[in-house]
Structures are given as C-alpha cells and as structure tokens.
Design a protein around this ligand. Structure first.
Ligand code: ADP
Length: 554
C-alpha cells in the first residue's frame, strides 16, 4: 500500500501539513484584520503538528518517534489556546475587547507551561508502542495527557458557546451570521476528524488518517473570513508575476555574454519593471474601488433598514393619531347635527348655515381620518374583509341616492342605470367596504365635475360584475393618470379647487377591490374631457353555492 515508502497515514499527514502551510501563507498575505493573522498562526501550529506526525510515521525506532511526538504535541498544545484567541477576535465584541488582553496573556502563559512540560519531561508523551504494524504511537499516554485533553475540549467548547451567544445577539448582522454558519460546519468537520487521532492513544485502534478533515475544516474557516478579500489575491498574483519576470531578466542580465546582450537585457529589465509596476498599480486601484463600492453597499443597507424602521414608526403614528382624532370629530358631528335638528331649540337661520358648514366639514374630516386609518391598516397587514352576500345594484342605488343632494347643489345630473337582469347580480363582499369604494368614486365624479352629468352603470362582462362611473368633468391628464391610484396622489392644481381632498380615496379603493379579487381602473381622453372609472368584481356563482349546499347536506 505504501507509495514512495510513505504510508497512507504519512500521506494524510503530509497533505495536512502542506495545505496548512499554504493556508497560513495566504492568511498572512491576504489578511487585514487581527482575526486573519491569528488564524494564520493557528494554521502554522496545525502544520507543525501534522509535519512532526509525518516524521513519526517515518521513525524506525522508539526514540526518534518519541522525539517527533513531543514536537507534534507542541503544535497540538497551542491549538485550543490559539483557537480560543481566534474566537475572541472573530466575534469582535466591544465588551470582550476591553478585557481581551487580560484573557489572552494568561491563556498563552498556561500554553507555555504545557509546552515546557511537553518538551522537557515525560509527563505528556511517555511511552511509544508499535501500532498498525507501522507507527510508534504515543500509547499509553503520559500522566498529564488526559488533563491536557480535558483543557483542550473545555476551551474548544467554551469558544463555541461564545460564538453561539454572539450569533443570537446579532440578529441583523447577515455577514456575521453567515460566517458563523461556516464556522460551525468547519469546526465540526475539523475537530471530529482530528480527534480520531487520539483514539489509538487510549487503546482504540483506528488508523489516524481522518486528520485530513482538519485541513478541510481550516480551509472552510479561512474561506469564510477571507471571502470578501479574495479579489486581493489578484494584486498578489500581479506582484508575483512581475517578480518572476524581473528575476528572470535580471538573471539574463547577469549572465549576458557580450556588451550588446547586456544592453538589450538591461532595456528588457527596465521595460519589465515599468509594465509590472503599472500592472500592480492598476490592479490595486481596481481593488480599492471595489472595496469602496462594498462599503457604500453596506451603508446603503443600513440606511435602508433605518428607513424601514422610520416607515413602520410613521404607520404606527398615523394609526394612533387617527384613532385619537376620531372621537372629538364624532362629537363635533353629533352635536352640530343635534343643533341642526333643533334638539336645543330653534336657532336663527344664520347660525344654522354656519353649523351646517361645521357638520359638513366634520363629515369630510371623518372620511379622511377613516382613509388614513385604512392606509395604516393596509401597511400593517391588518386590513381584512368580512364577506357577506351583497346585491351590487342595491349598494349603487343607495350610494347615488345619498350623493344626489351634493350633485343637485351643483346642478349635475346624477343617475344610476342597469338592466333588470343585471340588477340581480350578487357577490360575496364586505358590505361597508364595497360601499366605501362606490361612494368614493361617485363622490369624486361629483366633486370634479362642474356641469353636466355623472352616470353610474352596472352590467356583466366576462363573467364579472362591471360597475362604471362616467362623468363630464375636468378629466384626467396622462401624467396624473400614471399615479392615480397611488397614496397621496392628487392632480396638479386640484388642491386649489378642492382643498379637503387627501389623495387617499383611490388608493384605499384599489386595495379594497383587490382584497375582493377584483380590479379598478380609469379612462379619460384628457383634461376637460370627462373621466370614466371602472370596477370589475367577481360575482357569486349560484351554481357553486348550490353544489356546496348539496354537498354539506349529504
Ligand atoms: P381626493 O379626491 O381626496 O384628492 P382620491 O384618491 O379620491 O383623493 O383622488 C385622487 C385624485 O384623482 C384627485 O385628487 C383628482 O386629481 C383625481 N380624480 C379622482 N377622480 C376624478 C374624476 N372623476 N375626475 C377627475 N379627476 C379625478
């Protein structure tokens, strides 16, 4: 099974040692934060552990094996302490930062004590026994070996607990949470794989080749913490390329045979250096630019989150304010209505006129406050409908009757038309809300028409109830049309004509119609050419209902 006289265990150790050495180099070259460098040192320690273990597999006598075991264990002793240090840097918590040096110094003092014990006494590595017919294994363990293992496991577990605690705390830090995901995956693979190496020490004879997992796990962590810096690798490549090319031309310059060749090689070296430096500078510039973009993107994300919070706050504010406004408004409306009805005795005509204005204004304000409340309900996702069977024609007749006085006051002809068949159209709807939609549309048409008519019609189209409200009013310009159903959208100049509008009615209407599975839209040939609003709503299919009743009766 041996290849080049190296056992399988030996190959596993070489692979780990080499990949950890490369990883360490990468961490130092590409690293920027302290966590990166600490992980680099960690990788060096693992590389020492694996390399000395490879030497153990080559040893042909107990003494040499014991020597290399001690070196290998030196790398291992450092492992949990550097790992703990890494975790402190990784979670980068301000509170821990302040006391970090008080933790790290004693941590390494303890590690140093264990190192000295390992290298100078037989308390950890004691005897070696030939196992698997090929390796002098450090079994049975030295007297302190189990105690060190306990510290090892304790430190690694405690470090994981710290990471987990931080993970729970930083709910909105997506980057950190992602890294923690990689972290747990990696340490699980590495420590489970690596710990198999200790089984033979305690008499469980599993060949120690799973140590490969240590390299895999460490690589995953390196990737997780360096991921966002990987494009720096391009700078390093450019530097290396320049260095190699310059080195080659310098070599040629030194070994030049003739003066002519020397000049040629000298010029070549200068050109290589100029191009190389230009290459490095331009790559570095691009990397910097990308880093800036990343910072900007992060800023934008935080700004977005803040805006969302503010938006929620605004919705809550509107909701609370509207609730508070409604009570006094209802009182104003109620009392003015009682004055008008003569509950407090007959009042002079002049006062009646004024109170009537108060009554109308309070009514308008209540509409607006209700619209605001609806908007905040829609935004908080609390907007719901309670459906019942509704005869659409009845609602429309009702609404037109109610708004007739307003139309009459402006000399506008307000009418409702439908055929006898269509008057029977029924739908499953929230009565009050669907009434609110029609009231808003007809009220708008009356409001935005100066002379002429407002026609309300009901018919069937494509199996849906189609309500249309047509007027001969001020019409809608194409620009207004684009945002007609948006929140707070009002046509230019309209606020001068009608000061009491909020631009919320159509928005709420669209939401209500959508909640019923329908559609609302508008058409107008332009300013001054009247407008037509349509509402299409699914009707209640009597057949389906009959079948349902039939089935439930079975
Ligand atoms: P409000 O009427 O309170 O301003 P709406 O959301 O009901 O709010 O209407 C939004 C805007 O749509 C109005 O301000 C007006 O510019 C325009 N509009 C609505 N209905 C009509 C109509 N029938 N004719 C012309 N413009 C209209």
């Amino acid at each position: 099974m041996d290849f080049l006289n190296i056992t399988l265990t030996g190959w596993a150790a070489i692979i780990v040692a080499l990949s950890m050495a490369i990883l360490a180099a990468l961490m130092f070259i590409l690293g920027k934060e302290r966590a990166h460098y600490v992980w680099g040192i960690f990788s060096v320690a693992v590389a020492v552990w694996a390399w000395a273990f490879y030497a153990v597999t080559l040893a042909d006598n107990p003494e040499t094996a014991k020597f290399w075991w001690k070196i290998s264990f030196a790398g291992l002793i450092l492992n949990p302490f550097i790992f703990f240090h890494f975790v402190l840097e990784f979670i980068n918590d301000a509170r821990i930062d302040r006391i970090k040096s008080f933790i790290i110094v004693p941590l390494y003092v303890v590690a140093g004590v264990f190192l000295i014990i390992d290298l100078t006494t037989n308390l950890i590595i004691d005897e070696v026994t030939l196992l698997f017919d090929e390796i002098y294994y450090n079994a049975p363990p030295g007297a302190l070996h189990p105690y060190f293992m306990m510290i090892f496991v304790g430190l690694v577990f405690y470090a994981h607990y710290l990471v987990y605690r931080e993970y729970r705390k930083r709910r909105s830090d997506r980057l950190f949470r992602q890294r923690v995901g990689y972290f747990f995956l990696a340490t699980f693979i590495a420590y489970v794989g690596g710990s198999m190496n200790f089984l033979p020490v305690y008499g469980i004879e599993v060949p120690p080749i799973t140590s490969i997992a240590v390299a895999v796990g460490s690589g995953i962590i390196a990737y997780a913490i360096l991921r966002h810096r990987l494009f720096d690798a391009r700078v390093v490549t450019a530097q290396l390329l320049t260095l190699v090319l310059a080195g080659l031309t310098l070599f040629r310059l030194i070994v030049s045979g003739s003066a002519q060749e020397m000049v040629l090689n000298g010029v070549l070296l200068i050109i290589t250096l100029i191009i190389g430096i230009y290459l490095i500078l331009s790559v570095r510039k691009e990397v910097e630019r990308r880093e800036q973009v990343e910072v900007l993107a992060k800023d934008l994300q935080t700004a977005n989150e803040k805006l969302k919070e503010l938006d929620d706050l605004k919705t809550d504010f509107i909701s609370i304010a509207s609730h508070q406004l409604r009570t006094p408004l209802t009182a104003i409306k109620g009392y003015s209505s009682m004055i008008l009805e003569g509950t407090y005795g007959e009042s002079p005509l002049k006062i009646k006129g004024a109170v009537d204005k108060i009554f109308q204004s309070a009514q308008r304000l209540i509409y607006i406050v209700n619209d605001l409340l609806d908007v905040s309900r829609i935004e908080q996702g609390r907007f719901s409908i309670t459906p019942e069977e509704v005869k659409v024609a009845n609602v429309l007749r009702d609404v037109t009757e109610e708004l007739k006085p307003n139309a009459a006051a402006k000399n506008i002809d307000l009418s409702f038309e439908t055929s006898t068949d269509d008057a029977e159209i029924k739908m499953s709807a929230d009565f009050n809300k669907i009434r609110q939609v029609f009231t808003n549309l007809v009220d708008n048409s009356v409001k935005y028409t100066n002379t002429g008519y407002v026609k309300v019609m009901l018919g069937l189209k494509d199996g849906n109830a189609l309500v249309s409200v047509k007027d001969s009013g001020i019409g809608i310009s194409p620009t207004t049309m684009q945002n007609l159903f948006q929140k707070f959208s009002r046509a230019k100049g309209v606020s001068k004509l009608h000061t009491d509008g909020s631009g919320l009615g159509l928005y709420v209407a669209r939401e209500i119609v959508a909640a019923h599975g329908g559609k609302v839209w508008a058409e107008s040939e332009g300013v001054g050419k009247g407008s037509q609003f349509y509402v299409s709503l699914p009707i209640k299919n009597p057949n389906v209902e009959e079948i349902e009743q039939f089935v439930s009766g079975m």
